[in-house]
Ligand binder design. Sequence first.
Ligand code: BGP
Length: 460
Amino acid sequence: INYKFPSDFWWGSATSATQIEGAAHKGGKGENIWDHWYKTEPNRFFDNVGPESTSDFYHVYKEDIKTMKEIGHNTFRMSISWSRLIPSGRGKVNPEAVTFYNNVIDELLANGIEPFVNLFHFDMPLELQHEGGWESRAVVDAYTDYAKEAFRLFGDRVKKWFTFNEPIVPVEGGYLYDFHYPNVVDARRAAQVAYNTMIAHAKAVEAFRGFDIANGKIGIILNLTPSYPRSKNPADLRASRIADLFFNRSFLDPAVLGEYPEELIEILREHGQLPVTEKGDGALLKANTADILGVNYYQPRRVKAKEYLPNPYSPFMPDWFFDNYEMPGRKMNKYRGWEIYEKGIYDIMINLKENYGNIESFISENGMGVEGESRFIQDGQIQDDYRIEFIREHLKWLHKAIEEGCNAKGYHLWSFMDNWSWMNAYKNRYGFISVDIETKERTWKKSAHWIKEVSENNGF
Ligand code: BGP
């Protein structure tokens, strides 16, 4: 074995409630923005497939958890659906949801798999979105109550908690670039959404500490996309620094260091984009930094200085400061259209070590989406050698980071099985396990056999 990982390394995979549970209108679940958006604009979704049944985890979780054990998982990342647990977002708890999540958690533990539980994966309860979603401080309070309810119900068994998955994505998708509901394009409102999400995070962390959960840790999951400049010339360097401020440090700094970067505040102030704050927010953020950080990494961001200056009369956008840069010769995942740059995982970890107190972290998502994956079926199995190579090359860089003292504790593939994804529905397949979307039948891909061996040997 050339690459041996620490003996307590976490091997697992990541999922989210909306993407795997299905039963969107069953078991007493309330509607969230995805159920609603699909109902009103089905054409936005690939193949007109919505979140109604997805991979049916709600009904077949036992079988899936058995498979997780068989492929060597010792951890599993899932999310709780807010609108399943508390159908209108605040108030009454749904007893069927409590039973469901209790069953899942107990089944995982009985199989020696530690649940990593995330509270929010893009799935705002519809009624709260109608109240203003993350633009509203009342919604922040409703989220804090929901988080408390989850800690109270499941904190005796769940020890790893996460407040949000990729909180920048609802900001980009819902308030800047029109790929999530509510399809607003307004940078100032986006800044408010980002800020209030961060306040919700800090309030949940504060509440968590009040529960005194033995050995419990709480953190946040961020999609960190290292921002690489085209060249070392000052204009390119500035462009990449500002992209980093907007898309990484806007959450990373307050979550881990307890404060926003000065330069980001200055830019927003200069352009009249500062969010509304409340007295005491600064102290709240400072006192409630994360214990643990999940890192989702798919692809880097490459930027260059702006070619044409933005029209000063057009509405402010982060893109005023940089252009995306298509580096010649970069390696692409041609089945998904994303760049593959394995060393990015190492650069992220070194940055966390050098600038973020070497916070305990792990890869909470990394993976390779493939469109039309059934074309790789041979002998009844998807021969996903490309995925094996993808994972292996990323793990090599993670291993190097660990050898150099980075505090990286685990690796979670996106995803355990093929699942429904936001606008893309079942277009991009990510799983170790393939799912027939008609019959819901599961089949191991070649990578499932491979990860079983890697996890059991704790290396390769
Ligand atoms: C991440 C999300 C996941 C998942 C993944 C793959 O950003 O946290 O929920 O969807 O991306 O993306 P896609 O399905 O669009 O290829």
